[in-house]
Design a protein around this ligand. Structure first.
Ligand code: F6P
Length: 544
């Protein structure tokens, strides 16, 4: 049943992607196996140079992707046929791109401070700028010890209580940028608790001083069961340690789109920060949800994080298709997912400080594009989001990379590395950095080139193994290769670069949704479980 489509952008209409000429062209290219093995493609010495895009020191090297100029041309044609530029314009203009909830998705406005004649309008610009000002002055008051608890002592620790988009973005940033504080005057220690398991809260609180601990309760809806219970427990912890009831609110900050609910629960207006329903949870780190980040790194560096995201926004909304980093990564992902039929997509970060990035991208990508319904309410006719998995690449090499090298799944990889590290106080930092670089490059090469059986046999022969041993072992020790990857290099891991990186993945997600003809900004799929949990809570005996 094809309902009249609610176009994602004014003046556009929904067309099933698999009916587009460009889609059929890509199917033909894939079926004709028109792309040689990466061993052959990478024998071209110019390939890496011609297949790199740069932005403010960031480099995307996509030479290890299984594409040729004709595949890239067909992908660019698909972007155009999918009305991508109209969709990007709609996103920035505040159109109701979240068609099932009739909302805009204006995370780009959150980092658009100072933009003249903003496409999202002056009213939103003013709201965003004034709330950012409130966040920054709160941070400055905290740093000047103007914020005190029930014992009149300044706060030393901040505990963020929130889950999903109310935790993952801020956690990623705090972990990635903790190095900024090396050698700086002490900033608060910021802790994150998202899991309702009491041990998770206990292990965080047991070492903290209630008199100097501030809780930030982050929840867009302010009705998330887990966060509500964590907040209740936090209040109980404060009271049990001597905080008088009237002083509880000094230790509590709310960040929410429902200020009314926060007020009803006793949060002070001066310690309640707002964001709007046109900000998706998984796109919200740039809003007041970023308060724990601003407290951890300071207001100036928080603004640099926003500036990095803004730089990516400008690139995304102006660069030509095949010079546009988010668009390229999205199109390569579509080629791998829909035409090479890869069921998953792997993120391998080669920087310990980026250990939060994969969980962040998992929510961003799979909660946005893990959908089965096209914009016109028909059942999808193409594969949508892949299973996103991964983690720290160095650890992966000694664990699950085996499957990527010799398993039966095709697993495209994003390798993410940092070129320079000037902050780490360890004396051998540069040796550690070189080890990271070499391993990241070696893994991309091994996955692409592999080692065919004839080479394996010659190597084993050279090692002096007997013909019988070689016959028995060579198949086990050979590698098919041809696993595609992109390598994303940041010049250094500072706030600006991190802002670019996180905004890059937001836009990649949006482009893929635009091509698949789905809505990346709703998440009806998470509703059923919540409803059933509430039902069980109301009738515990029925299901004991
Ligand atoms: O259940 C999924 C979800 O709604 C996410 O989209 C969201 O980021 C998270 O839960 C937390 O929601 P809230 O910020 O409203 O507590």
């Amino acid at each position: 049943m094809n309902l009249p489509a609610t176009p994602i952008a004014k003046g556009t209409s929904f067309t099933a992607p698999c009916t587009l000429g460009a889609w059929k062209k890509l199917e033909d290219l894939a079926q004709a196996q028109a792309v040689p093995h990466l061993r052959e493609l990478l024998s071209d010495p110019e390939r890496a140079l011609s297949m790199s895009v740069h932005l403010h020191g960031m480099q995307l090297d996509y030479s290890h992707q299984r594409v040729t100029p004709s595949v890239l041309a067909a992908l660019a044609e698909l972007a155009q046929a999918s009305q991508l530029s109209e969709h990007i314009q709609a996103l920035f203009s505040g159109d109701q791109v979240n068609v099932s909830e009739q909302r805009a998705a204006l995370h780009v406005a959150l980092r658009g401070q100072g933009v003249t004649s903003p496409p999202w309008g002056e009213s939103i610009q003013h709201q965003v700028e004034s709330e950012l000002e409130r966040v920054c002055s709160f941070v400055n008051r905290f740093e000047s010890h103007g914020l005190k608890g029930y014992s009149d002592e300044p706060f030393t620790d901040v505990v963020n209580l929130g889950i999903g988009g109310s935790a993952l973005g801020p956690l990623t940033c705090v972990q990635a940028l903790e190095s900024l504080n090396v050698g700086r005057s002490p900033h608060p220690k910021v802790h994150f608790v998202s899991n309702v398991d009491a041990w998770s809260l206990w292990q965080t609180l047991e070492g903290l001083n209630p008199r100097t601990t501030l809780f930030i309760v982050q929840s867009k809806t302010f009705t998330t069961q887990e966060t509500t219970l964590l907040a209740q427990s936090a209040k109980r912890w404060l009271s049990d340690h001597g905080c008088p009831p009237m002083a509880l609110s000094l230790h509590l900050v709310a960040v929410t789109a429902r200020e009314d609910l926060a007020a009803k629960q006793g949060f002070l207006p001066s310690q309640t920060f707002r964001f709007w329903d046109w900000v998706g949870g998984r796109y919200s780190v740039w809003s007041a949800i970023g308060l724990p980040v601003a407290l951890a790194i300071g207001a100036d560096d928080f603004k640099r994080l926003l500036a990095g995201a803004r730089a990516m926004d400008e690139h995304f909304s102006t660069a030509p298709t095949l010079q546009n980093i988010p668009v390229l990564m999205a199109l390569l992902g579509v080629w791998n997912r829909n035409f090479l039929k890869a069921p998953s997509h792997h993120i391998a970060t080669y920087a310990y400080r980026l250990r939060g990035l994969t969980p962040y991208i998992q929510q961003l990508d799979m909660e946005s594009n893990g959908k089965g319904t096209h914009l016109n309410a028909s059942r999808v006719q193409v594969e949508t989001a892949p299973i996103v998995w991964g983690g720290l690449g160095i650890d992966g090499q000694h664990a699950y990379f085996q499957l990527i090298h010799q398993g039966e799944h095709l697993v495209p990889v994003d390798f993410i590395g940092i070129r320079q590290d000037q902050n780490c106080p360890m004396p051998l930092t540069q040796e550690h950095l070189r080890c990271l670089h070499l391993n990241m490059m070696a893994q991309a090469q091994a996955m692409a080139l592999g080692r065919d059986e004839s080479h394996t046999r010659s190597e084993m022969q050279a090692q002096g193994l007997s013909p019988e041993a070689i016959d028995a072992l060579a198949p086990h020790r050979s590698f098919k290769g041809n696993t595609p990857s992109s390598s994303l290099w940041l010049q250094e891991l500072d706030a600006f670069n991190l802002g670019m990186l996180m905004a890059l993945y937001e836009h990649k997600t949006f482009v893929q949704a635009s091509i698949w003809g789905i809505n990346p900004f709703d998440q009806w799929g998470v509703e059923l479980g919540k409803t059933m949990a509430n039902e069980l809570a109301r009738h515990p005996d029925d299901h004991a």
